[in-house]
Design a protein around this ligand. Structure first.
Ligand code: ADP
Ligand code: AMP
Length: 217
């Protein structure tokens, strides 16, 4: 099953994607993770997008569509589940491009799950977020701290990181971009009969149950 997780920055897309990967053998395709990896490995593209990401703006459609196309091409179908698109598409042009990429591979988009969270909660979520640089586990200072301070619960790594763009200023810009360019996708996928809305304000495990239910319906 191929699905899109849609929602504002901090809505819980990455957190839920990891649960779906573990539980259903799905593959998470996060353009944010791909762009951060490009930055960390010092590629030309990574250097070009760094300032745009830190400012909370969207990188160009061409770049992110290219990243997703590469990943889909590299896939050999050697996994049980389908793809979880996390943080992509973020514009109508990206949504059209994804439709064409899936069609070209004979793949079907099963559902678009919108995780709905209000702006106040997003500020708290984003400013408290940290992740494991080794395995990608997502934590939060208050709602999901590590069991042992400074050590990842999943892989034991001490490489816990905060994102450069997880500050109140950048979040304001990212929210503006979300409402201006990404939220029209809610109507777009509703019109296609694909949209499922989940209350993302509930605790992680409750959201997971609601997502499962939404995917069955
Ligand atoms: P996104 O991928 O949508 O930007 P994340 O999954 O990284 O969001 O979550 C943002 C922050 O909020 C993280 O610190 C995460 O631990 C926390 N978080 C995610 N889901 C919930 C939830 N349902 N309740 C409370 N905190 C959550
Ligand atoms: P995320 O990890 O999804 O919060 O993305 C972090 C940043 O990467 C965003 O603020 C954008 O600058 C950039 N980015 C990620 N995905 C996309 C996308 N689909 N389109 C444009 N920019 C993106």
């Amino acid at each position: 099953m191929n699905i899109i997780l849609l929602g504002a920055p901090g809505a819980g897309k990455g957190t839920q994607a990891r649960v779906l990967v573990d539980g259903n053998g799905m593959v998470q395709l996060s353009t944010g993770d791909m762009l951060r990896a490009a930055r960390n490995s010092g590629t030309e593209m990574g250097r070009r997008v760094a300032a745009i990401m830190d400012a909370g703006k969207l990188v160009t459609d061409e770049v992110v569509i290219g990243l997703i196309a590469e990943q889909l091409e590299a896939d050999h179908g050697d996994h049980d589940g389908g793809f979880i698109f996390d943080g992509f598409p973020r514009t109508l042009a990206q949504a059209d491009a994804l439709g064409a990429l899936l069609d070209a591979r004979g793949l079907h988009l099963a559902a678009v799950v919108e995780l709905r969270v209000d702006d106040e909660a997003l500020v708290e979520r984003v400013t408290g977020r940290f992740t494991c640089g080794n395995c990608g586990e997502v934590y939060h200072d208050i709602t999901r701290p590590t069991k042992v301070e400074g050590t990842c619960d999943v892989c034991g790594s001490h490489d816990l990181k905060r994102r450069a763009d997880d500050n109140a200023d950048s979040l304001r810009q990212r929210l503006l971009e979300y409402y201006k360019k990404t939220s029209p996708l809610i109507g777009y996928y509703h019109a296609k009969g694909k949209l499922r809305v989940v209350d993302g304000l509930q605790p992680v495990a409750t959201v997971t149950k609601a997502v499962d239910l939404a995917l069955q319906g």
